[in-house]
Structure formats: structure tokens, C-alpha cells
Design a protein around this ligand. Sequence first.
Ligand SMILES: Nc1ncnc2c1ncn2[C@@H]1O[C@H](COP(=O)(O)OP(=O)(O)OP(=O)(O)O)[C@@H](O)[C@H]1O
Length: 400
Amino acid sequence: MSKVLQIENLGKSYQIGEYGGIGVQNQNENIDALQNVSFEVNRGEVVGIIGKNGAGKSTLLKLLSQITMPTAGIIRAKGKIASLLEVGTGMHPDLTGRENVFLNGAILGMSKAEIKSKFDEIVRFSGCEAFIDTPIKRYSSGMKVRLGFSVAAFLDSEIIIIDEVLAVGDAEFQSKAIQKILEITADGAKTILFVSHNMASVKSLCNRCLLLEKGKLIYDGDIDKAISRYMGYDTQMSDRNKVWITGSAPGNADYKLRAARIVAKGKTFEEPLSTSDSIAIEVEIESVQKAERLDITFQLMSEAGDFLAATSTFQISDSELKANKEGNMTLFSCLIPANIFNQSTYRINCLLLENRKTVVHRFDDLFKLGFTAAGRNPESWMGQAKSHFLPHLNWNITVK
Ligand SMILES: Nc1ncnc2c1ncn2[C@@H]1O[C@H](COP(=O)(O)OP(=O)(O)OP(=O)(O)O)[C@@H](O)[C@H]1O
């Protein structure tokens, strides 16, 4: 694998403070937006960059795109870098869409002939054909993003930097853009660095993730682990035992998820699950202010995202489902008997519903569970087409 980016001890500090006027000493203060960041990226990698607001993500991308200069460290890049930072970055408002495609292409180091040969494809993908000769100051922000994305995706830049901009486009364009990114990285020739607050896009696009916190790179590696740390799971805990400390708990203004675990009888949270384990899926929900009836639904998904089954508290009466008062912590525990699952991997989503119908919050991919086969080898007789479930049911055998 060849290295396309090498970042060594990169740092950026900004001076903030008030201008004191001539002859008046300024009370300036430095903010370290980025400190001692080092990592390398190989050709063909799609690297997600995540972190809370102010963590330094945009600063890192601006340094890589040479929009600002570092105050420390070195960036070595092989190949042309195309960046899609903020809406309309690199686009001139008074120029038309057509002129901007040529301008952007030229900034990326493309010849006029190269841009011309890709022009129709770029414009078709952006969906801006009808407005291509209109100055882009008349474009909506979504249109500008679509055009900018198309230029970066179709022209021959080796490294593409994308900062959250996909969130601006409409849902249809977002999925088109994600498909395009997967396509252009499929042959391993292009490298993408992708900043997002949307963990689902990071998961679907990236094969590696950097987690920034207060200007420092605190994790570099597996996507799921990076997301867990970002979401505030305590790193001491396992994937089957999650507890959220105050402040970082996921949820909304009314409800917070305080704990979620998969309990397997007689097993620690670290021991692998087998298909013969009976398990309980448990969540602890804190009601912050509402006193409505709160129902929980667990959705069981295949590893590939197919919806397999759902179970919810709907059949439980109001009196059994105790009033969900302000400040209450409620433990919901759903028991799944042994010998239901197959030797496979499943994902579990958790939905919170009010009045038995309105989804007020959802936690996607709360768990990813793998089961090993217990004393039986389903595949030996199920063949290649493995079923999602392999339940032990009651059989009656009568010899007549
Ligand atoms: N031009 C600037 N002048 C002064 N401080 C700045 C400047 N740009 C960024 N900062 C500071 O640097 C830190 C990192 O900011 P940055 O925008 O890189 O974070 P981020 O992770 O991209 O955040 P967000 O998710 O909110 O976009 C913040 O504390 C921010 O206030």
C-alpha cells in the first residue's frame, strides 16, 4: 500500500483577544485548535473524522487543503487534493455554474481539455443542467453543494476532502453522493477524508476512523470503536454493557438512555454468545420531564441491514407499564429464549414511542451481536442459504 498522506505533529493555534488600540498592550490568548496530530493515510482508504463541536475537525481539513497554514508540524501529500469544505468554497458567486466548474477544475490543477471531457458528466450528476449558465449566487445551498461535489468526484484528484457538506443536499442527492463515493473508491485509486456528525454515513462510507477531542487525536482505527468512544461509552465497558454518564447520555429533551446491556445467563459480558444462550436485552431510560406512557421497541436487523423482526411493550397494560414520572428511571428487559438465533451477526435498534404510536427517539445499532453455533452445525445441513433464525420448536412425531 502506498502512502498518500503523512501528517507529523501537526498543530494550529489561533490567537484570540481584543485589539487594544495603538500603543495599548493586547491581552491576547492562544487557542490550540489542533495539537500534535500525527497519522498516515494509504491510497484508497476512506477515513472518517469525527469529534464533538470544536474538536478541531474543520481545522485539520483546512490545513490539509492549504486554506490555512499550520503553526507546527508537517503535511506531506502525494497527488492533487480536492476539497469540499464549506458550501460554495472555491466557487465564485458572480460566475456561472459552467464557469465555476472550469475555475474549480483549474484550482485542482486540471487542464481545460480534461475539464471539458468530463464537463457533461459532472453537470448531469449535479442535476444543475437547467441552471448551468446562471451565476451561482442564485443557486440554493443544496445546488452549490451538488455542483461542488460533482466537480470533486469526477475530476482527477487523488485525495478528496469532504466536510459535512453532504448533509446540506437533499436525501436523494445524499444517497447518490454516497453511492458515488463508494464507486470512486472501489478501485482503490482515490483516497477520501470525510468529516461528519452523522454516524450512519461514517459507518456506510469509511473503513477507518479518526476521533478528535479538544484538538488531539485520541483514537485512530476501527469505526465501531471510534463511534463508541465518540458517543461517550465508557471505554472500560464491553460492547454488551454500556452505561452513559450524565451529560453524554444519548436521547432527547424528554428521555435519556442511561444503560443498555445484553445479559446472557451465566456469562460475563465478554464471553462470546452462543445460539444456545437465553439472553435479555435491557435498557434503562430516564424520563427527564414527561409523564406519558413510554413504549420501547427493539428492532432486530441482519448484519446487512435487513429488517428481520421487532418486539415491543405494546401488549403491556398501562398499570403494568408503570407511570413514567419525571425523574424516573425505568428498566425495560426483553427476554429471548435459547435456540432462536442462527450462527450469525445481528444488529439491534431501540425505538422510544409515546402514546403507542409516535417514535420520539431511536437509537440505531445499539448492539451488534454475533452468535456462535452451539453443538450443532447448522450450515452443514442448511447449505449456503443460511436462514436468519434457526428456532428449536416443538415437534410431534407419530408413527402410524
Ligand atoms: N479562525 C479562528 N480563530 C480563532 N479560533 C478558531 C478559529 N477557527 C477555529 N477556532 C477554534 O479552534 C477550535 C477547533 O475548531 P474547529 O472548527 O476545527 O472544530 P470542529 O471540530 O470542526 O467543530 P464543528 O464540529 O463545530 O465544526 C475551536 O475551539 C474553535 O473555536
